[in-house]
Design a protein around this ligand. Structure first.
Ligand code: BTN
Length: 258
């Protein structure tokens, strides 16, 4: 069911908002708009999702009270470059949420794109894209879920937390607007100056730099010291023998921050 006129929420002209009471998944709707040829900047917002999707094919719990939205982008680049926009989105979300947090709350980004409060996951990002025959991105859909009023008590990954639990009073439309404003500003920055400044912004907000991490892959795991994020978006680890290892996939666990 559509909410007429986006419930009155005014976004900058770059964005075109479609708001729903209930939807299967905002990512599915944004992909549909992409395939219909809609311009970038489409925002699909739902108060509730019936089939919310997370990374690794996980389900994303989507009861009423949280923020679920997907934004259609059409960056002029290939899929490898486009995938790095997840760091930009993480910074945009981080700064939007930070506006509503009570003072003294510890907030951080965790590779590749989780948003943590007090070491627990408060928001997640799911990127989906399609490339054309010239290996250029045709579209990129950026789905974000923020635990505002609820969070799952049992998770397959990190423990979760909601903004309500940490005492933040947040209206969903105000949070969505703050996120969109940040995204538009950072996206313009990225178009102008590329990934390097976004990488710096992400690193300034990242958790665990200099500490030991465990990386879990489907069939193995290893430890190393988290040193950096490289220009490709890979996590740079220093291993026990002094060698450097680049991590491009896997689940990362920090022993002293989680
Ligand atoms: C993750 O697993 O961390 C990513 C979760 C992404 C969930 C959001 S909610 C809005 C959008 N619609 C979906 O079905 N998934 C994304």
């Amino acid at each position: 069911m559509i909410i007429p006129n986006g419930g009155g929420l005014q976004l900058p002209p770059f964005f075109e908002l479609s708001a729903f009471q209930t939807i299967d998944s905002t990512n599915v709707e944004a992909r549909r708009l992409a395939e219909l040829g809609m311009a970038e900047g489409q925002v699909v917002w739902a108060l509730k999702q019936e089939s919310g999707v997370g990374r690794r094919g996980r389900q994303w719990s989507s009861p009423e009270g949280n923020l679920y939205c997907s934004i259609l982008l059409r960056p002029d680049c290939d899929a490898t470059q486009g995938a790095k926009l997840s760091f930009l989105i993480a910074v945009a979300l981080h700064d939007a949420i930070a506006e509503f947090l009570p003072d003294g709350m510890k907030m951080a980004l965790k590779w590749p794109n989780d948003i943590l409060i007090e070491g627990r996951k408060t928001a997640g990002i799911l990127l989906e894209s399609k490339s054309n025959s010239h290996n250029k991105l045709d579209w990129l859909v950026v789905g974000t879920g923020i635990n505002v009023a609820n969070h799952p008590k049992v998770t397959e990954g990190l423990p979760a937390i909601s903004l309500k639990e940490v005492g933040a009073t947040v209206k969903l439309d105000a949070l969505l607007k703050a996120y969109c404003l940040n995204l538009e500003k950072l996206y313009a920055h990225w178009k102008r100056d590329g990934f390097t400044p976004i990488r710096s912004l992400w690193l300034e907000r990242a958790t665990g730099i200099g500490s030991e991490v465990t990386v879990r892959l489907p069939k193995s795991s290893f430890h190393g010291i988290f040193k950096n994020l490289d220009e490709s978006g890979a996590l740079v680890l220093t291993m026990k023998d002094g060698s450097t290892k680049l991590v491009t996939a896997g689940e990362v666990f920090f022993s002293d921050t989680e």
